[in-house]
Design a binder for this molecule. Structure first.
Ligand code: PLP
Length: 345
């Protein structure tokens, strides 16, 4: 049985063109900064994000953690959103690597604003209060259903933070999805932030890797931190080659993923017992509440799998489905039929 895999956009397999580019990649030792393909990818990422320099890192998690270390010192605090990846899914790495604590703030649909962020910042507070060093935002916001942060809000938060001498980082794992939903460039979204991370390995379809970008001095420091964390790689041009193809061919097809997510959301909204507001689905992530079906997400996951659909619950009540280029509109319709059959029987 050919599975319909909606667990994540990380399950995408490299395209034919990526495979060819990988096989033919010109390579060198990247620890000596002599891999021409990696250098080209880093230049391209800097250009796309509108930053001075960029660095190829093995994962989004390492990229985020390097940036946190760049912007903080031990004993300080990072303000971020309560459902953010850095807070929930990076295994407390920032405590281990940077010695910081995290101050989560709940945003409506994952969306913070300056008022909420400002209220969580400790600036010129009593000497025994943990001082804030930086703000980390996420766009699009994975666990808030792929919601996007409008430019004006990010601008205001970053300007407010800068005025207090705080640094800002954008976890832009899916910044290309955000750019489509906001009808603007990746550079515009990244502009107010000191650093940005984005993933090549999600909807863009590359097999491995993420990029971080920022000013030249920060990226120079980031090279050392990457090495410290075990992320110094050698003939890694074979991976960078796939990343270059991903940047070239994938952003143009992401709108299809968004349209498919929209179709999925509208279809789900019509199934008895499922709760979702399709208007809140802005990118390629669909989160819906199944509590009124009387099933738990682990039960539904098992039933779906038995019928060839893979998806995960994010808690006992909510399922998450992520569209990507290996899931066609036809497969979305099949998925809807299968879910209806399970929950309405
Ligand atoms: C996937 C993801 C990451 C981390 O990427 P990995 O490459 O899996 O380490 C970071 N932030 C967000 C929002 C993500 O969705």
């Amino acid at each position: 049985m050919k599975l319909i895999d909606l667990r994540s956009d990380t399950v995408t397999k490299p395209t034919e063109r990526m495979r060819r580019a990988m096989a033919e990649a010109e390579v060198g030792d990247d620890v000596y900064m002599e891999d021409p393909t990696v250098l080209r990818l880093q230049e391209r990422a800097a250009e796309l994000t509108g930053k001075e320099a960029a660095l190829f890192v093995p994962s989004g998690t390492m990229g985020n953690q390097i940036c946190i270390k760049l912007h903080s010192r031990p004993g300080t605090e990072v303000v971020l959103e309560e459902r953010s990846h850095i807070f929930n899914y990076e295994m407390g790495a920032s405590a281990l690597i940077s010695g910081v604590t995290l101050r989560p703030v709940r945003g409506e649909d994952g969306l913070l604003d300056w008022q909420k962020v400002n209220a969580a910042i400790h600036h010129n507070a009593a000497y025994y209060v943990t001082p804030t060093s930086m703000i980390a935002l996420e766009n699009s916001h994975n666990m808030a259903g792929g919601s996007v942060m409008p430019l004006g809000i990010a601008d205001e938060i970053c300007a407010g933070a800068r005025a207090l001498g705080l640094k800002t980082h954008l976890d832009g794992a899916r910044i290309f999805n955000a750019s489509i939903a906001l009808s603007t460039t990746v550079a515009e979204i990244a502009r107010p932030f000191d650093t940005v991370m984005f993933c090549l390995s999600k909807g863009l379809g590359a097999p491995v890797g993420s990029m971080i970008a920022g000013c030249r001095d920060l990226i120079r420091e980031a090279v050392s931190l990457r090495k410290l964390l075990g992320g110094g790689m050698r003939q890694v041009g074979v991976l960078a080659a796939a990343g270059l193809v991903a940047l070239d061919e994938s952003p143009g097809v992401l709108p299809d993923d968004h349209a498919n997510a929209q179709r999925l959301a509208t279809g789900l909204a019509q199934i008895r017992g499922l709760k979702i507001d399709p208007e809140k689905v802005q990118t390629n992530i669909v989160i819906f509440d199944i509590s009124e079906t009387g099933m738990t997400t682990s039960q539904l996951t098992v039933e779906l799998k038995a019928r060839g659909v893979l998806a995960n619950g994010i808690n006992p009540r909510e399922m998450r489905m992520v569209t990507h280029y290996d899931v066609s509109l036809e497969k979305i319709e099949t998925t809807l039929g299968i879910i209806r059959e399970i929950v309405e029987r």
